[in-house]
Design a protein around this ligand. Structure first.
Ligand SMILES: [Zn+2]
Length: 374
């Protein structure tokens, strides 16, 4: 059996699992060894993998290790964040081949971003030695997945920007555009601490608070693309006016500015300063202020009850907050005490992907379309 879907399954297994022996691939994919051999021979002929003897000992003939050639199929993954833009050449198999990061400076227009992407494509092509197969862009805003147009990105000042079309035309490649929270959960699902878990919430705080939700392996978008805007669920009976125009939003209790206030800091709420303050206060007191932690736990329980995930991964400033053991203990106890937690347990993790989570997720979204064609 050497049909296209079998080749795709093997390509995907190598992409997600990295270098593995033919024997391991045969076992994982429930294929016989001769089928794996002929598929791998084709991939070697196409320049997509190399093979070398496994270094492990053991009796008998060693199985050859199948190793993806990252530069043979790579995507240009762009994180168009508010304060910086990262351009990353990520090869199949998940290897980062080259990466550059620019401060945003004053220019945040879509036209400027497209120009930078064109320049980065040339730069990274020269460095890697081969051309990218696709481009993917992470944007802090609402994106229509069908055509990659940005409906609104408040922190960039964008509205109705046909970014996918503009980038695709400019570089002559397929371009996928997605929201950073969706990409967060994609990254955790493929390369992070929720690998292989199909029901996951990625919950993060940066400028705002948001969530990417994977339900039965599918990204949850909602009818208008607003699913996951958990920072704006009404969490208090009366509160200050939120930037979204509503009143009493959860973000006002647990977001960046609320965290600054809870920690007793003055001035603008900057992530690096907040992370330092969290570490400092946790070291001195062993925990963070009770009211903040309780509001956080309440919201997490609401989300868990609504979504019924197997795992929740905390990113951005929440990674710093939940990295304090006593805070994690408090939130975990609250989750274990709510209906879903009592019934089946929900794993809580702190993201280990850091600031690169968006480029990793964006690359994986592009690979989801690219791999079946390799
Ligand atoms: Zn709001």
């Amino acid at each position: 059996m050497r049909d296209r879907s079998t080749r795709s399954a093997l390509v995907r297994a190598v992409h997600l699992g990295g270098a593995r022996t033919r024997a391991e691939l045969a076992e994982d994919l429930s294929l016989n060894r001769s089928t794996v051999k002929s598929l791998v021979d084709d991939l070697v002929a196409d320049g997509l993998v190399t093979e070398h003897p496994s270094s492990g000992g053991g009796a008998g003939r060693p199985s050859l290790v199948v190793d993806p050639v990252a530069s043979a199929a790579w995507v240009l993954s762009v994180d168009a964040a508010v304060d910086w833009v990262t351009f990353s050449a990520i090869g199949w198999g998940g290897t980062t081949l080259a990466e550059v990061e620019h401060e945003r400076g004053a220019g945040r227009s879509p036209e400027e971003l497209v120009e930078r992407i064109v320049a980065a494509t040339a730069d990274l092509t020269a460095r890697v030695g081969t051309s990218p197969r696709a481009v993917s862009v992470a944007v802090p805003g609402l994106v229509r997945s069908a055509d990659g147009s940005v409906r609104v990105a408040p922190n960039l000042g964008w509205r109705d920007v046909p970014l996918g079309q503009s980038v695709g035309d400019a570089v002559g490649l397929a371009c996928v555009v997605a929201n950073e929270s969706d990409l967060g959960v994609v990254a955790e699902h493929t390369r992070g601490c929720a690998r292989g878990v199909d029901d996951v919430v990625y919950l993060f705080a940066e400028f705002g608070v948001g969530a990417g939700i994977l339900s039965a392996g599918t990204l949850l978008g909602g009818s208008g693309g607003y699913a996951g805007e958990v920072g704006h669920m009404r969490a208090t009976r009366r509160g200050r006016r939120c930037s979204c125009g509503s009143d009493g939003c959860w973000e006002l209790s647990v977001g960046q500015e609320a965290l600054r206030d809870a920690l007793g800091l003055a001035g603008p709420a900057r992530p690096a300063a907040l992370a330092r303050a969290i570490a400092d206060i946790a070291a001195r007191r062993g925990t963070l202020p009770d009211a903040y932690v309780e509001d956080l736990a309440t919201g997490v329980c609401t989300i868990v009850t609504m979504v019924d995930p197997r795992a929740v991964v905390f990113g951005g400033l929440f990674a710093d907050v939940l990295g304090v053991p006593s805070v994690m203990d408090h939130v975990r106890a609250a989750v274990n005490d709510c209906l879903v937690g009592r019934q089946q347990g929900v794993a809580l993790h702190v993201s280990g992907l850091g600031r690169r989570i968006s480029v990793i997720g964006a690359a994986e979204l592009a690979f989801a379309q690219l791999l079946p064609r390799l």
